[in-house]
Design a protein around this ligand. Structure first.
Ligand code: ADP
Ligand code: MG
Length: 578
């Protein structure tokens, strides 16, 4: 490990690694850091705070990492998570891997132990070869060994996180780097202001023409909008394109609100029908992964044609033949498609639109009937329908959603009307994003946040309600408490006195947890009480948790993913909640 030593011959002022790292971040518009303090990064966080970066200290690195990731998604600029070495670093890795999978720009910065000892495996404090460990899960991973390389290291990390398909970048800072010094003038000169880290990628004109020709020939066209479109902020051009062509659209879950869910062209309540029948589908920033049945039968028409706009060239043909690839950034691509309509006009046939309309009306009528039920104890429909009713008065709220049934039912019931307001478990279906996402949404958007989470999901990040209370953030957490993972009525088949595999405490009072940290708690058992509590909570603008008692028999095993859990035998009825 080389440490720069101050020149004995001159009195030139010096700067250390702590200050250079912070200055490099500040020069590149980093205004928040999320993390958990400890060796060797505590002073790095203090210096950041002293120099005006807002620091948010969490109770678990995974939550801090999720906060950084969703900050990246909301700001189109990397969110920063900072952790201690080995175990703290590994806790942060879940969030980093999740960010990479979802295409959220973030940088995980971890302190690391003495390289010489780590490399010879001589047993240092928190010894781990973090750089190697991070590589498979990150879009890119770098280590800065020399103080004079801090500017370049930070610049590379920012560029890697933002360019092309965004993702998670790991930046390793060995403990010895931070106190190392170099002359101030050279140090300052070594820092880099990153220029144009996410350059436009203009698709080929022929790709645009090919896509429009295919669309104009379609009898049953469909546009699927994914969170890539949401990230790229193309709502304005996208709306004009859709309204000009009349093509029906389906939003993926985090693209809900890019156009309002109640837009007449939304085909969300005829989802199965349009997927199965569309003959030309345009994918705008959505991947043909498991969330879309890989684009294959039986969910999709086997002979349908596909157009895909994506910035990542290798995404094309990844699951199914793409007939008209548009490789480019979504903003440029959508602008060109819109312009291209002047020469290649596209109009969705009325017969197709009418058929969808009829189908939607039937489904909506079914849903209205289901929502009229007000069972006690509540089920997921009653509770989430109530949340939706209240949220109509809060169109700007940021909604964080996780759980199994809570997530699935909520995705259908909770209407979004503004872009990027829905933040959820994304591509992996990862549990534990709840409190981290809520903190970052509140902090970066300066807006109220509602986290609607299952009781099981809440367990993964629940301790970070202390963080929400400590920073007095305008976050309301609604825990749909049915006493279990999926459901609360599992049994131990050997000994009925012991908990079943998916059983949690149905009598748990999560509202009392937030009271312990100075927040406000509510426990509700009816639709009316939930509605009252939620209105009070949202108008208070203060940390609140509403524990919503849900029938332990409500919900399905694995939520909508029953097919991924084919051997499930959790069908045994047991006595109801006392
Ligand atoms: P969803 O889960 O909503 O379907 P995905 O995460 O599967 O969304 O897909 C998002 C896609 O958007 C990714 O393939 C990603 O490469 C792409 N993408 C992200 N940002 C841009 C952009 N600025 N321009 C074009 N494509 C983008
Ligand atoms: Mg549950």
């Amino acid at each position: 490990m080389t440490e720069s030593t101050p020149s004995a011959l001159t009195d030139a002022p010096l700067i250390d690694g702590f200050n250079l790292v912070v200055d490099a971040l500040r020069r590149n518009k980093i205004t928040e850091i999320y993390g958990v303090a400890g060796i060797p990064v505590t002073d790095l966080m203090r210096v950041a705070q002293e120099k005006g970066i807002r620091y948010f200290g969490f109770r678990h690195e995974t939550s801090a990492g999720h906060a950084a990731a969703v900050s990246g998604y909301l700001k189109q600029w990397p969110g920063i998570c900072m952790t201690v070495s080995a175990p703290g670093f590994l806790n942060g890795m879940v969030a980093l891997a999740n960010a990479t999978t979802n295409g959220f720009p973030m940088i995980l910065i971890s302190g690391s132990s003495n390289r010489a000892i780590v490399d010879l495996q001589q047993g240092d404090y928190e010894e781990l070869d973090q750089l190697q460990a991070a590589k498979p899960y990150a879009k890119a991973a770098y280590r800065i060994d020399r103080v004079e390389d801090i500017g370049i290291g930070v610049a590379r990390a920012i560029r890697a996180a933002l360019s092309g398909r965004p993702g998670g970048v790991y930046l390793d800072l060995p403990a010895a780097l931070l106190p190392a010094q170099m002359p101030l003038a050279q140090g300052t000169a070594s820092l880099i202001d990153v220029v144009d880290p996410a350059p436009a990628r203009i698709p080929d004109g022929s790709a645009i023409d090919r896509a429009l020709a295919l669309l104009s020939s379609a009898k049953r066209p469909l546009v699927i909008i994914g969170k890539g479109a949401s990230y790229a902020r193309i709502e304005s051009d996208l709306r004009t394109f859709l309204e000009t062509t009349g093509i029906p659209f389906l939003p993926m879950s985090m693209a809900k609100g890019l156009l309002p869910d109640d837009h007449p062209q939304s085909a969300a309540s005829a989802r199965s029908k349009v997927l199965a029948e569309a003959d030309v589908v345009l994918l705008a920033g959505a991947r043909l992964n498991w969330l879309l049945g890989h684009g294959r039968a039986p969910q999709w028409a086997a002979d349908g044609k596909l157009i895909q706009i994506d910035i990542e060239p290798t995404e094309i043909d990844s699951n199914r033949r793409i007939d008209a690839p548009v490789v480019g950034d979504l903003a440029s691509s959508m602008r060109l498609l819109l312009k291209g309509l002047d020469t290649i006009p596209v109009k969705a046939p009325a017969a197709w639109c009418d058929a969808i309309e009829t189908h939607k009306a039937a489904n909506v009528a079914k849903m209205v009937k289901q929502l009229a039920n007000r069972p006690v104890p509540m089920d997921f429909f009653a509770a989430l329908g109530t949340v939706n009713t209240v949220l109509r008065d809060y169109p700007d709220i940021y909604l964080v959603a996780e759980g199994a049934n809570t997530l699935d039912v909520g995705r259908n019931l909770i209407t979004m009307s503004r872009p990027r307001r829905r933040l959820d478990v994304g591509t992996w279906g990862v549990m534990g994003i709840g409190m981290g996402f809520a903190v970052a949404a509140a902090v970066t958007q300066d807006a109220p946040v509602l986290a609607v989470v299952g009781d099981s999901a809440f367990g993964f990040s629940g301790m970070d309600i202390e963080t929400i209370c400590r920073y007095k953030l305008p976050v309301t957490v609604v825990v749909l408490n049915n006493g279990g993972i999926y459901r609360g009525d599992d049994v131990n088949r050997l000994d009925g006195q012991l908990p079943g595999v998916t059983t949690l405490s149905a009598m748990a009072r999560y509202d009392r947890m937030i009271e312990a940290f100075g927040g406000t708690g509510y426990h509700v058992e009816t639709v009316d009480a939930l509605q009252r509590a939620l209105r009070e909570a949202l108008s208070s603008g203060m940390p609140t948790l509403i524990d919503v008692s849900i029938d332990i028999h409500a919900g399905t095993e694995s939520g909508h993913l029953k097919k991924l859990n084919p051997t499930s035998r959790a069908t045994v009825p047991v006595a109801s909640k006392a």
